[in-house]
Design a protein around this ligand. Structure first.
Ligand code: UDP
Length: 343
């Protein structure tokens, strides 16, 4: 299985799930934001998603049977600054990938999409989002995910590809092994920032707005364990879907948690308070993004197995307490601690 962007957060967890499922992951990654140390399963081929020659060589060398496509730029804020780069990497990159797959008759593509395709248009605050909800991305990042989906859907319709676009809600947590986890530079996500604040590694967390029309005034998000996301990708490879079909599926737990609920969960897991202050809203933040996960359950036989926020935060904390990539992460911190002769 070719895993573009497999050295990144969700990609690395998916490579592990593939390995556990009996597949051989061929990670294709430029390492521009991914980590060499995250590639522990299968092999790493270094290359850019826009490089047709590099992609084709990797597919031929390993006789690739299907592709999971994560490679892309993900920072919503940066997408407002360099939208052209986001279109180039995320959309042109996807077209290059399709062009390279076509002559090789690789029949299935699982694509890393996002709840950012929905935006905030005309929905009740507590309303769960189904796949046919209006698409109104609130950022260039969301625009590029929707455009890449359209390219894939056309390839399915016209060329017989089977495509599955997985629209993630809020990916969170880490593999319980402690070997891989979330490592973004710069980090902008709530749970790692709340953990860093609790541990005194960063200043107080800024809560972006407490005047939303939600129960406690802070934004509601659907936090989904990264192991659950990884399992959904394997399920999408295995699902009984015909050539020429295209599915776009929400991946969420179907539960909305507020920013303050996350802050409390981190404080409980860390055993210390999360210092925070209330700041202004962040531009492009919808009040609520909560998945209706029914279609994914029907098509993939998949549902979130780890929906509990405490477990998600505890796994994220375990990862945060271990050494970072590049600093000798060799084994799970819990195992190292249990055996005084190791580590
Ligand atoms: N958030 C926050 N402070 C931060 C980072 C995030 O209050 O420093 C909020 C953000 O407004 C959103 C939620 O936490 O409501 C999740 O944000 P994150 O950036 O983790 O994911 P996103 O929802 O943007 O994909």
């Amino acid at each position: 299985m070719l895993v573009t962007g497999g050295a990144g957060y969700i990609g690395a967890h998916t490579a592990k799930a593939l390995d556990e499922g009996g597949f051989f992951p061929v990670v294709y990654d430029s390492l521009s934001s991914g980590f060499r140390e995250a590639v522990r399963w299968g092999v790493l081929v270094e290359g850019d998603i826009r490089d047709a020659g590099g992609l084709g060589a990797a597919m031929d060398a390993y006789d690739v049977g299907a592709v999971i496509h994560f490679a892309g730029l993900i920072e919503v804020g940066r997408s407002f600054v360099t939208p052209d780069l986001f279109w180039n990497v995320n959309v042109t990159g996807t077209q290059v990938l399709l062009d390279v797959m076509r002559p090789r008759q690789i029949g299935r593509l699982v694509f890393s999409s996002s709840a950012a395709v929905y935006g905030d248009s005309g929905r009740g605050v507590l309303e769960a989002i189904a796949e046919d909800a209006p698409k109104a991305p609130a950022s260039p990042y969301g625009d590029t995910k929707l455009a890449a989906e359209a390219l894939i859907e056309a390839e399915c319709r016209d060329q017989g590809l089977c495509g599955v676009a997985l629209r993630y809600f809020n990916a969170a947590g880490a593999d319980p092994s402690g070997l891989i986890g979330e490592a973004h530079e710069p980090e902008t996500h709530l749970i790692p920032l709340a953990i860093a604040a609790a541990l005194g590694r960063a200043g107080p967390l800024t809560v972006f707005g407490d005047d939303f029309a939600t129960p406690d005034g802070t934004c509601l998000r659907d936090y989904i364990h990264v192991n659950d996301l990884a399992a959904a990708h394997v399920a999408a490879l295995r699902a009984d879907l015909p050539p020429g079909s295209f599915e776009a599926l929400n991946l969420g737990a179907g539960l909305g948690r507020s920013v303050l609920e996350v802050v409390e969960a981190v404080a409980r897991a860390a055993g210390r308070p999360v210092p925070y202050s209330i700041g202004p809203r962040r531009s492009g933040d919808p009040a609520s993004l909560v998945a209706d996960p029914a279609r994914g359950a029907a098509r993939l036989g998949w549902r979130a197995a780890k929906p509990d926020l405490e477990e998600i935060v505890t796994d994220a904390l375990r990862w945060a307490l271990g050494p970072a990539y590049g600093e000798g992460r060799k084994e799970a911190p819990a195992q190292a601690a249990a055996d005084p002769n190791r580590g």
